[in-house]
Structure formats: C-alpha cells, structure tokens
Design a protein around this ligand. Structure first.
Ligand code: KDG
Ligand code: MG
Length: 408
C-alpha cells in the first residue's frame, strides 16, 4: 500500500486553516490539520516543499516509522512550524489507519473511557458586568466549565482576550489584524489589584459547582504569579493557565511552593521534551499540548501516558485556531485518555465551518460526544474550500505603559 499524493489547502471562513489531505492507492484518504495560528503559510510551505515529496511512495500504515523519519531525519528538529506540519501528517495517517480498520480512532487507542468529554468555553467581558453576562449565557447553555477573562479598570487598551468596548463581541483569535499587529498595553499592578477580587465575585455569583478557569497568558513574573495563585486559592479555580512565560520552567517551582491553585501549561509546547520535566517533577496539574503544534497524535499519546504516571491530567488546547480536524483528534484522545481532565472548546457558530468540515462529533450540555464513524470522523469539502483564500493576520503585541515590550 502506498501514498500516491498529498495536497495542502490554506483558507477557511474567517480563519486560515491549513488542511492536509493524504491519498493512497487503496482509495482511502486521511486528513490532518497544520494550522499554525497567524503563521499559516509556513507549515504549508514546509509540507509542500520538503515533506510531501518524501511522503509519496511510503506505506501509510507505518505511521510510527514515518513520524520518526520526519522527526529524526530533519536534523534541525522541532519548533512550531516543523511540528505543525508533521502533526498534520501524523493525524492523516491515523485517520487512514482507523478507516482501513473500519473503526472510530478511539478504538485503536483502547476504546472509550467515558461517554462525553467535559469542555470549557471562553467567557469574556470589557468589564466585570459584561463578563458576568457572558458567563451566565454559557451556564444557560449547559456548560459546566468556563474560562473567564475580564477588562481591567484603568488599563488603557483591551487586555488579553477581552473585547475593546462594552457589549462588543470579539473573536480575538479569529479576527484578522492585518500583517501589522494591534497593540495592547499591560499593567501588572492594575491586574494584580483587580483580578483576584473579580474571580471571587464570579465564584460568589455562580456558586461552588461551576468550574472556573483563568488564563494569565504568560504575563506575570514568577513572584507575582506565586502571589496571584495564593490570592485566588479561596476561589478554587479549576486552573490558572500560563502564569509565567513558558521558557522558564523553574518559575513554576516558585508558584508551586506558595500555592495549591492548579496550574495548566503547554499550548506553546512542540514536543514531549518541552514538558517531560514539568510532568515528572509534578510542577503542573494539566498539560495543554495540541495534536497540531506538538507533532501529532503519536507524540501526544506518549505525553498523555507520561502525564498519567504523575497525576497530571489533559486539558488540550482548543482555541479556534485549530481546525475541526485537530479537534476531532482531540475528541478521540479525550474519549480514551484515562487521565482526561477537560477540553477547551469554542463556540464560533459558523455554518460555513461545518460545511467545510462535515462531521458527526456533537456538543451536548457542555460535553463533546465523539463520532463513531471510521477514522477521525471529520471530512473536508474541497468545493467549499475553493471559496476561501489566505488572508494575512497577526497576534497583537503587548507593551508596558512606558513602551517596554512584554509577552502576548
Ligand atoms: O494563537 C494563540 C491562541 O491560540 C492563544 O492565545 C489562545 O491562550 C489561548 C487559549 O488558551 O486558548
Ligand atoms: Mg491559553
């Protein structure tokens, strides 16, 4: 059995999804997601120029050897571009494997460990009143878990993931900012004085049962993060995400020593080598890798197994920057993983996206119910895809009030 062709598509409704389709001489095809948010043309070029010419003629059933070939064989390994491209190949090969077996992918991992996987949505508000309304809406829809991000009084611009104006809805990940990024101004002191009390008010309003998550988005210094984690302990957060920049892993030791607030990290990790020490030293509670950026299902399954040895649960990245193909890979991993924690999942409500990626994965009462169709259980409509083309975009950049560059 051979791979006969592979094609890359870039584009989508309001988002540049990078979709890989691998074709075989057995008539079965596989789909993978290589969407590297706001840098989408790069994994696409890596696939087209370097990986696909080598892929043609390989036996798609040997997904482990193919993964090793592209990982070890690259010499200059890892990094988000290479790993997103390899991630797409790996997903597509698992899709083919499960389709050949006539089974939904989770069956190849060991079957279902649960009927539905709890998800969390993103509630945001330009101020606390708006945020309360946003949370209430998700609770009414049946969500059991919500990530909460709030505008900070006195901060001169919108902070991470919140709308610029009261009442405005903003898809902060899918909005195109053009090639020149928008500027956000960050003031740690205002955040530290406001956010712990705001979280306490949210807990008081919604009661003990709602799972409340909060993303610090790499903004704090280690000592500040420790202070914040300690201050919010009474709120009993489900997790505090990315308290410090991901490069300095020892920073989490300080946070850990001072607080029992659960820590989630990993959305920018590209390999098991980015998180093995954090997991083995039990410095985190949730690992947030994604099948796309971490190089596919093969390495993510290894990370999940390692995490399971150290009481670390999964909380895969699920921003709308991932296409429904990556989210389908997560749905199968979540159905199986014995140490499943939660899944980030956003409601974008676009029929266009459903038309481009038809699937039977369902969301009910804040749970994802995995599809029983063979393979990943998601398809890709090339006629729909022809409607879209690449549009350049950029993440915002962050500066302190005096102009100093900070972490987005
Ligand atoms: O591309 C960047 C986004 O994926 C990121 O900002 C989203 O932090 C994020 C999250 O938790 O979803
Ligand atoms: Mg995050």
């Amino acid at each position: 059995m051979q791979i006969t062709d592979a094609r890359v598509f870039v584009g989508g409704p309001g988002k540049n999804y990078v979709t890989l389709k691998i074709l075989t001489d057995a008539g079965v095809y596989g789909l993978g997601d290589a969407t590297l948010n706001n840098r989408e043309t790069l994994p696409a070029a890596y696939l087209r120029d370097y990986l696909i010419p080598n892929l043609i003629g390989m036996d798609p059933r040997n997904s482990e050897d193919i993964w090793q070939f592209f990982y070890r064989g690259a010499y200059f390994r890892r990094g988000p571009i290479a790993m997103a491209a390899l991630g797409a190949i790996d997903m597509a090969l698992w899709d083919i494997k499960a389709k050949l077996a006539g089974l939904p992918l989770y069956q190849l991992f060991g079957g279902k460990s649960r009927e539905g996987a709890m998800v969390y949505a993103h509630a945001t508000g330009a101020d606390l009143d708006d945020l309360m309304d946003s949370i209430a809406w998700y609770v009414e829809q049946g969500y059991q878990a919500v990530r909460v991000q709030c505008g900070i009084p006195g901060m001169p611009s919108a902070s991470y993931a919140v709308p610029e104006h009261k009442g405005a809805r903003r898809h902060y990940i899918t909005d195109y900012a053009g090639i020149r990024p928008k500027l956000e101004i960050w003031e740690t002191d205002r955040y530290m004085r406001f956010m712990p009390d705001a979280l306490a008010e949210i807990r008081a309003r919604f009661g003990p049962r709602l799972h409340i998550l909060h993303d610090v988005h790499h903004r704090l210094l280690p000592r500040e993060a420790a202070e914040f984690a300690k201050a919010v302990e009474p709120v009993r957060l489900f997790w505090m995400e990315d308290p410090t920049p991901a490069e300095d892993q020892d920073a989490l030791r300080l946070v850990r020593q001072h607080s029992t607030t659960p820590i989630a990290i990993g959305e920018v990790f590209n390999a098991i080598w980015d998180c093995n020490r954090l997991i083995e030293d039990e410095l985190i509670d949730f690992i947030r890798v994604a099948a796309t950026y971490a190089g596919g299902i093969t390495p993510v399954k290894r990370i999940v197994d390692l995490a399971g040895l150290h009481h670390v649960r999964t909380g895969f990245h699920g921003a709308p920057s991932h296409s429904p193909i990556c989210m389908a890979a997560h749905a199968h991993l979540n159905a199986w993983a014995p140490n499943f924690g939660i899944q980030e999942y956003l409601v974008l409500g676009t029929p266009e996206c459903d038309a481009l990626f038809p699937s039977e994965h369902r969301m009910e009462n804040g749970m994802v119910l995995v599809s029983d169709a063979p393979g990943l259980g998601v398809d890709f409509d090339e006629t729909e895809a022809a409607r879209y083309s690449y549009e350049p975009g950029s993440h915002p950049v962050v500066r302190l009030p005096d102009g100093t560059m900070w972490n987005y």
